[in-house]
Design a protein. Structure first.
Length: 197
């Protein structure tokens, strides 16, 4: 079974195309969001999750980066959810404590079908370059809600805002890699006693 999906999402604020291949080659990913720092973070997310993705966005960055960041989170979450299909055989749960120099972030997730973000990642600055650090949470919230993923992110250490953000996206990527992977022992089973996720 091919675990792929794509979506074109157009609003008055953004025009987005996203495609994913959960089993593809992440080195073929193409990321062009119009937001330089977000490009960097999504490239890390793709590489560490092993998910091949195309993400393009034309947004109202003349206002700020909020709408593009939020709407890309929505679209990427929706295509991940679609690509997972009925979720038979996936490992479902994963967690990682990820270091990035002095920063240390815990990322834990459950592909539960009940999207939610539980976030405790304080930043010591309001900006990374021109990117608002509060947009890390905005992206994660939109992504988790639309992917149907219960996502916990906790900063355990860190003073450099770039490093903290990078640890969040790499941690999400590493946890996704494990959770979406297939367990051959349970290939025909949905990983829930309820029989549905």
């Amino acid at each position: 079974m091919t675990r792929t999906a794509e979506l074109k999402r157009t609003t008055a604020e953004t025009d987005i195309f996203v495609s994913v291949d959960l089993d593809g080659d992440s080195e073929t990913s193409e990321i062009d969001t119009g937001v330089g720092f977000l490009d960097h973070m999504l490239t890390l997310l793709s590489r560490h999750s092993g998910i091949a993705m195309t993400v393009t966005c034309s947004g109202d960055t003349n206002v700020d980066d909020h709408h593009s960041t939020e709407d890309i989170g929505i679209a990427l979450g929706q295509v991940i959810r679609e690509a997972l299909g009925d979720k038979k055989g996936i490992r479902r749960y994963a967690d990682v404590t990820l270091p990035m120099d002095e920063a240390l972030v815990l990322a834990a997730l459950d592909i539960s079908g009940r999207g939610g973000l539980y976030y405790d990642v304080p930043f010591l600055t309001e900006k990374i370059g021109t990117f608002d650090t509060e947009l890390v949470e905005e992206f994660m919230h939109s992504f988790a809600l639309n992917a149907g993923i219960t996502l916990h992110l906790r900063k355990l250490a860190g003073t450099n805002s770039h490093h903290v953000a990078e640890a969040c996206f790499k941690g999400l990527g590493r946890a996704l890699r494990e959770a979406v992977s297939e367990d051959p022992r349970f290939a025909d089973r949905i990983p829930s006693t309820k029989g549905v996720l």
